[in-house]
Design a protein around this ligand. Structure first.
Ligand SMILES: *[C@@H]1O[C@H](CO)[C@@H](O)[C@H](O)[C@H]1NC(C)=O
Ligand SMILES: *[C@@H]1O[C@H](CO)[C@@H](O)[C@H](O)[C@H]1NC(C)=O
Ligand SMILES: *[C@@H]1O[C@H](CO)[C@@H](O)[C@H](O)[C@H]1NC(C)=O
Ligand SMILES: *[C@@H]1O[C@H](CO)[C@@H](O)[C@H](O)[C@H]1NC(C)=O
Ligand SMILES: [Mn+2]
Length: 375
């Protein structure tokens, strides 16, 4: 009899536990997850607590991808913050973060918090770094900790049609949607969009130093890249990558950017070149102003550490002002004016002298609050 009672209790307990487990797991899957492909990196990621995962992507959503390893995760969060700040027409955004496992929780906490503050104007998903199993270690070493990851987005993000890839060291100063709308101008063969690496032959890197082919006259910079993943998959993008790597690996200086340049050297019809306004670097202003940006700078790219050094103070100031900004507070007062007040002018940095270019778009749309006391 006693054994029977034990058994009954055991069976009941197991039943309750199993039921609880099923409910929990289902919750995890059905509240957030569309992609049930058992082996996607999403499947790996969804085991983490509370990770939003890839619901079938909503065609009207703008997907912004960033890859974050090591120290880069603060930059990546700051980029995301700037995209939300300047998303003034409230386009639905979806951030796709590819990150080292130990950074994921940090992204979740910040992004959940920001979602709540911003009335869920954006969604997000977090993926593990995923390299093709073959030559995995070699890829990982190729360029900074994980920058080559972006070469494999077509197979990592099979549930997404198109993305805007940005380096973690970028800051938006205008709505993402303006750049995104260039997808509509792609002709039948184009699947990617990037800005030139240089504007000027005398300062160009590729035309003077590269020991491999590159796109056009001066190459392209891969820090901001529109990607139609559907078309890249049709093109079998990833199968083009490894042969290029094999052939040129000893000659690559800028890692994955060089690979991208070599590929588009052979397939120039696949690339749309957009203006430097969307990938504005210190190179554009440090000696003389070579990027016209008639409507102002739209995306700042603090490559080679310009956000974190004081060599061109305006780059550092843009970065830290975004970092210190509190959501839902006045952008005119807490971004535009903060920058105007903090920049020590006259400055002998040529980039600082272009303050008006950097603030042109924000000033146009975030006017001084009429009711605010001007102090
Ligand atoms: C699924 O992932 C496991 C472990 O990463 C791997 O061994 C297996 O080959 C994968 N299966 C498929 C169908 O991709
Ligand atoms: C897609 O997103 C828009 C804007 O957030 C929303 O209005 C629409 O209902 C969504 N569509 C689907 C199918 O989820
Ligand atoms: C990407 O290309 C596919 C196939 O040509 C097309 O159906 C889709 O609309 C394109 N996406 C965007 C955002 O233009
Ligand atoms: C698309 O534009 C590129 C760049 O101008 C060009 O090389 C290519 O031939 C065009 N493709 C088609 C199908 O028109
Ligand atoms: Mn960069």
């Amino acid at each position: 009899m006693k054994v029977h009672r034990y058994l009954t209790v055991l069976v009941l307990t197991s039943f309750v536990l199993i039921w609880y487990y099923i409910l929990r797991v289902n919750n995890g899957i059905f509240t957030g997850l569309g992609g049930l492909g058992a082996n996607s990196s999403a499947a790996l990621a969804r085991r983490g607590p509370g990770l939003r995962q890839n619901a079938p992507s909503n065609a009207s959503e703008i997907a912004i991808v960033v890859v974050a390893c090591g120290e880069r995760h603060n930059e990546a969060l700051n980029m995301i913050k700037s995209a939300i700040m300047f998303n003034r027409n409230q386009s639905p955004l979806r951030f796709v973060v590819v990150a080292e496992d130990q950074l994921k929780q940090n992204f979740v906490e910040k992004l959940d918090d920001w979602q709540e503050i911003n009335d869920n104007i954006f969604t997000y998903e977090i993926h593990s770094l995923t390299f093709p199993a073959k030559d995995k270690d070699e890829w990982k070493k190729l360029f900074k900790p994980c920058a080559a990851q972006r070469l494999f987005l077509p197979s990592l993000l099979t549930h997404i049609d198109s993305v805007l890839y940005v380096d973690s060291d970028t800051i938006f100063l205008a709505p993402v949607q303006e750049l995104w709308s260039l997808f509509k101008t792609f002709n039948a063969s184009q699947f990617a969009g990037m800005a030139p690496e240089h504007e000027d032959k005398n300062a160009g890197w590729y035309n003077r130093f590269a020991r491999h082919p590159y796109y056009g006259d001066l190459g392209v910079n891969s820090g901001v890249m529109l990607m139609n993943l559907t078309r890249m998959r049709e093109f079998r993008w990833e199968q083009h990558i490894m042969p290029i790597y094999r052939e040129f690996r000893l000659k690559l200086v800028w890692g994955d950017q060089d690979i991208i340049n070599i590929l588009f050297h052979h397939h120039p019809d696949r690339l749309l070149v957009f203006p430097c306004d969307w990938n504005y670097r210190a190179d554009h202003c440090m000696y003389m102003s070579v990027c016209e940006a008639p409507d102002g700078v739209k995306i700042v790219h603090g490559n080679r550490g310009y956000f974190h050094s004081l060599v061109q103070p305006i780059f550092n100031l843009l970065y830290t002002t975004v970092e210190e900004y509190a959501f839902r507070t006045d952008i005119h007062a807490n971004f535009i004016r903060t920058i105007e007040d903090s920049l020590a002018l006259p400055s002998n940095s040529n980039c600082d002298k272009l303050l008006d270019k950097f603030l042109q778009d924000p000033r146009k749309y975030f006017k001084q609050n009429l009711y605010e006391e001007d102090t």
